[in-house]
Design a protein around this ligand. Sequence first.
Ligand SMILES: C[C@H](N)C(=O)N[C@@H](Cc1c[nH]cn1)C(=O)O
Ligand SMILES: [Zn+2]
Ligand SMILES: [Zn+2]
Length: 475
Amino acid sequence: MSLQKIYELIDSKKQSYIERLHKAVSIPSVSADASLRPKVVEMADFIVSEFEKLGAKMEKRDIGSHVMNGVEVPLPPIVLGQYGNDPAKKTVLIYNHYDVQPAKKSDGWDSEPFELVVDEKDRMLGRGVTDDKGPLMGWIANLEAYKEAGVDFPVNLLMCFEGMEEYGSEGLDDLIVAEANRYFKKADCVCISDTYWLGTRKPVLTYGLRGVSYFNVTVEGPSADLHSGVFGGTVHEPMTDLIAVMASLVKPDGTILVPGIVDEVAPLTKDEDKLYDNIDYSMDDLKQAVGGEINVYDSPKDTLQHRWRYPTLSLHGIQGAFSESGAKTVIPAKVTGKFSIRTVPNMTAEHINKCVKEHVEKVFASLNSKNRVSVECLHSGSWWISSPFHWHYTIGAKAVKTVYGVEPDLVREGGSIPITLTFETALNKNVLLLSMGRGDDGAHSINEKLDVENYVNGIKLFATYVDELSKSELK
Ligand SMILES: C[C@H](N)C(=O)N[C@@H](Cc1c[nH]cn1)C(=O)O
Ligand SMILES: [Zn+2]
Ligand SMILES: [Zn+2]
């Protein structure tokens, strides 16, 4: 009965939830841009103030600084929080991130990325709406809904929000390990909402993530950019060398060409293969999500296996290269290629680093260039895999069934949340990934969106999840 009251209240407060997300989106908390670091801190302050208004005890933990492009920059704080401390109640630790990927209107957005708009299809557009400000605002709305409905919040909440997830979660590991038996001691389980449904129709529970190792490969030679008419063909050009190195990493069909990378990949067993048989996903879902018929594999099974359980290597960009419109005839003096490898069980960061370094140096040597090359791993985070048959997933599935009327699909995610494994191992507690947005939300892309329906139902899902957790025997 009280859940029904909360659902009605959530429905009636929809507009105010959209307004709160609007405010959050208007703070460009881009962790990868050092000049926007004050905005990341402003976002932390916004979260603290919203939770404090509801009576939560919040604090900001300073975790020092890091070096970005040769400059020392303060890291944004980790926001910790506590709501309720009743020994008779269960305690869940929630994690979200308040930083976002970079975005510029000129990337191809139809609207200003840092101004939330609701379109005619009732979709909210703006950077971070689905990744991960919508889910974070969803938790605030959940607390608020219980309070306004006059219903006692059924569990104790511990909170951990970071502002560096999109940049390798720097500094968070140490804090979690240090606080595992202090701030986080009472946690019975961990809930992370930073993933998406597989498609657009069916809710999911996510029990696996890939890891990520992100690399810079830099080629430099001349002391300054050169005129290509004067020097072209008479000097070794860094960009030509870099393109040769980048092209040696991966085939157009996605096959990784770095020797040794796949050596540690766990073989696919028959039982694991069967898990892919009944998942609600079609080639059309892929086409819709990417906006074109550009599939490498012809079956959903192969597509999902290459998203979830095989490594992939993607090329992201070249820093220092001419990239404006027009026709500048320059030979760039120093260029840095960026690529990442998504990792899976049982790959290790050490082995990947070694393989990449050896390969790049070998390919570069074969070019007989007089330029210099260097390789750097910017960050690496581990893959994570759990059991979807744990009691925590059972209550998550019950909550999904209550809100959506269907059993969730049990899925893995091709993306990475580097801190998940740290939570699981340091706290020795189960982690559940509870998704709010849909597979076509366009996280990290232009026109990132979150359907208002998913936002509202996501808030109801959080409300139902804490209710189910309060009734659970934790086994
Ligand atoms: C799945 C999650 N919402 C996400 O987007 N994670 C990022 C993490 C990351 C790592 N390096 C940079 N960002 C991702 O998977 O790309
Ligand atoms: Zn995210
Ligand atoms: Zn992200």
